[in-house]
Design a binder for this molecule. Structure first.
Ligand code: CMP
Length: 143
């Protein structure tokens, strides 16, 4: 079954949007299988964002993601990666449509509320950075 990593970013935690963001994804029908409130250290941020290491915004990105608590979550279900990306909306809030999380809740490219893995391969890599296998639960859900 496909899994994806979701990070509720520090801006959203500061704004009291944890419940809203997680609820919107839960309502898609994907199953929440891991969840924690955490502060990402700089080394872990470098590992997570390694594909952006040469981008001009990299230091700002690391500064921001390590600036305060985040919520880390793993969602599971068919096409989990694509479903979460659709629910999040485009990276740049200028392009994210109303009804999507970023379209409704974000106005800044850097402070854009949520991260979701961009492919099943990225998801596996990213989940292993933040969760040990025993933190990911297996359970039946009625719907
Ligand atoms: P995220 O999905 O967390 O993955 C990489 C992040 O880099 C992305 O969300 C944006 O928040 C951020 N990002 C992408 N482009 C820029 C940019 N030009 N300036 C600042 N941040 C950016």
């Amino acid at each position: 079954m496909e899994r994806t990593l979701v990070i509720v970013k520090p801006d959203a935690v500061q704004r009291g949007l944890i419940g809203e963001v997680i609820a919107r994804i839960e309502r898609t029908g994907l199953k929440l299988v891991a969840l924690k409130l955490s502060k990402i250290d700089r080394e872990t941020a470098h590992t997570h964002y390694q594909e952006h290491v040469n981008k001009p915004f990299f230091q700002g990105l690391v500064n921001f993601i390590t600036s305060g608590p985040v919520v880390l979550a793993v969602f599971e279900g068919p096409n989990a990666v694509s479903i979460v990306r659709k629910t999040m909306g485009a990276t740049n809030p200028v392009d994210s449509v109303p009804g999507s999380i970023r379209g409704d809740l974000a106005i800044s490219l850097g402070r854009n509320v949520i991260h979701g893995s961009d492919s099943p391969e990225s998801a596996e890599r990213e989940i292993s950075i933040f969760f040990s296998p025993d933190e990911i639960l297996s359970y039946e859900r009625a719907i």
